[in-house]
Unconditional design. Structure first.
Lengths: 121, 111
């Protein structure tokens, strides 16, 4: 059974880069139809899609974050990563790794438990 | 302000039926893009409840159903139970924004 697990820094200073790793268990990042992505949720607020990536590295990003975000797939094909540069307090959120078996903009079947990232000096 | 509009809250007594609306526009729901629904229990990650407007993943009770008409979609929950108390989010794709959109979320209270 496919599972996702986020690992992140917990605390990031303003203007620095947030790096998040999503570990995949129960499957590998090899199938063409699968997409792997990230969604975030600021404290007490709603959900925001960050982006999705295919096994070959084709990435799709939210327009509001596109200039600051990079998704990548690890060569082991068991992890993918998010980098968000020039962070500010508004980037404070729970970050979730997500999986869609059909497309970058489709339903997210599987979610990781999430990891809280706080941006503060 | 989200491009998909949901009521902030709904409530119902145990056993009753409630519906949660999700209103979009001609570039997302009205364009025929799938509407998906998620349930987020307190302190946990969201889980997929309804996909492709009206399909249920395995394990989701048939008390939960989805529908779509024009630029709006709805989630219906029948036979309300105490453990249905959660936040519910709709999601779709917008072809003008080239973005995945979530509704602002609806908090369901079981009275």
């Amino acid at each position: 059974q496919l599972q996702l697990q986020e690992s992140g820094p917990g605390l990031v200073k303003p203007s620095e880069t947030l790096s998040l790793t999503c570990s995949v268990s129960g499957a590998s990042i090899t199938r063409a139809s699968d997409y792997w992505g990230c969604v975030r949720q600021p404290p007490g607020k709603g959900l925001e899609w960050i982006g999705s990536i295919s096994h070959s590295g084709t990435a799709y990003y939210a327009p509001s974050l596109k200039s600051r975000v990079t998704l990548s797939v690890d060569t082991s094909k068991t992890k993918f990563s998010l980098k968000l540069k020039s962070v500010a307090a508004t980037d404070t959120a729970v970050y979730y790794c997500v999986f869609s078996p059909t497309g970058p903009y489709d339903a997210f079947d599987i979610w990781g438990p999430g990891t809280m990232v706080t941006v503060s000096s | 302000q989200s491009a998909l509009t949901q009521p902030p809250s709904v409530s119902g007594a145990p056993g009753q039926r409630v519906t949660i609306s999700c209103t979009g526009s001609s570039s997302n729901i009205g364009a025929g893009f799938d509407v998906n629904w998620y349930q987020q229990l307190p302190g946990t990650a969201p889980t997929l409840l309804i996909f492709a407007d009206r399909s249920r993943p395995s394990g989701v009770p048939d008390r939960f159903s989805g529908s779509k008409s024009g630029t709006s979609a709805s989630l219906a929950i029948t036979g309300l139970q105490a453990d249905d108390e959660a936040d519910y989010y709709c999601q779709s794709y917008d072809s003008s924004l080239i973005d995945v959109l979530f509704g602002g979320g609806t908090k369901l209270t079981v009275l």
